[in-house]
Design a protein around this ligand. Structure first.
Ligand SMILES: [Zn+2]
Length: 58
């Protein structure tokens, strides 16, 4: 799996119900809607974890 630095985030599963029926929501970048639980939500990339910062995997 290749992760580009582009801002295009693809979701595989709904974070709320785990369904895979995810579709882009309107024209908003990073916005998705789940056909399983009928939720619309957005995913935002906040940045990369750096070693030594709290919560970063060792
Ligand atoms: Zn869902």
């Amino acid at each position: 799996m290749t992760v580009s630095g582009g801002g295009h985030t693809a979701l595989m599963h709904c974070p709320y119900c785990g369904d895979e029926d995810l579709f882009p929501h309107g024209e908003t970048h990073g916005a998705w809607e789940c056909r399983g639980c009928r939720r619309a939500f957005s995913v935002k990339f906040l940045g990369l974890l750096t070693p030594g910062s709290p919560g970063a995997p060792r």
